[in-house]
Design a protein around this ligand. Sequence first.
Ligand code: SAM
Length: 284
Amino acid sequence: MINTNEILKKYDLKLTKTLGQNFLTDINIIRKIVDTGEVSPSDFVLEIGPGIGAMTVELAKSAGKVVAVEIDRHLIPALSETLGGFSNVTVVNCDIMKADLKSLVKDWTGPLKVISNLPYYITTPIIMMLLESEIEWDTLVFMVQKEVAQRMAAPPGNKDYGSLSVAVKYYSEPKLAFTVSRNCFIPKPDVDSAVIKLKKRVLPYTQDVDKEFFFKVVKASFNQRRKTLLNSLGLQPWVKGGKEGIKNVLVKLGIKENVRAEELSLEEFIKLTKELAHTSNPEA
Ligand code: SAM
């Protein structure tokens, strides 16, 4: 295990809060994250934000290839030292949101996994960008703020269930792996964390749905989450027949009239979207 304090001192590094720089110092947690990803020599691992490389070293020991994308150029000399002994690691100094993901992962035929202790200021944009990206990922393992992990994994009817839960389930099967105390980091963050694993969903029912319209329906449904669908979707200008139109659709689908978005499963949202596609003007 690399000595975080020693490296920070040696390279005179000041950690930046705005870049979400809370570094993991507990080797057991690092190994548990790598184990959660079931990393093996046939895997390509993309790590977002290696910091000074504490987890990168453990990933490199198990994976065939690791590409680590770090935005902060001040960390690159330290990374060169900690990762010096590994020929299967490439460090790329750029913003993951601007990276050309396809070119980063090209030439690899085995499973592609993204494993990261994510910077918390940009968690949801990074996750949505990866879920929607064209790269053929197999598994995503993220350490995120505990509440965000709970929202992603929440089932219908749960208080944490919302549009993020539906979006994550559209693309993957999420599983909350374990929680991590704030004491495992330098510096100590204000929140506790959790590790979540997203396994790529083998699509049967998301295949023939208009994705853009699906997310429009989900967003409008959760806009005012305490309202019934009759009152949230029924007031959208693109729904033909307003509340009456929604009522007819719900009856046809065998869903109760006073249902709220937080009670609807992914499958029901899919059915609802398909039905509304016939009876609405998705462009409006
Ligand atoms: N992997 C290290 C660990 O576990 O100790 C560091 C994790 S720290 C929570 C997040 C890392 O992401 C920091 O090194 C930070 O500089 C980097 N980072 C922040 N925003 C980034 C971005 N947009 N693209 C790439 N890296 C980013």
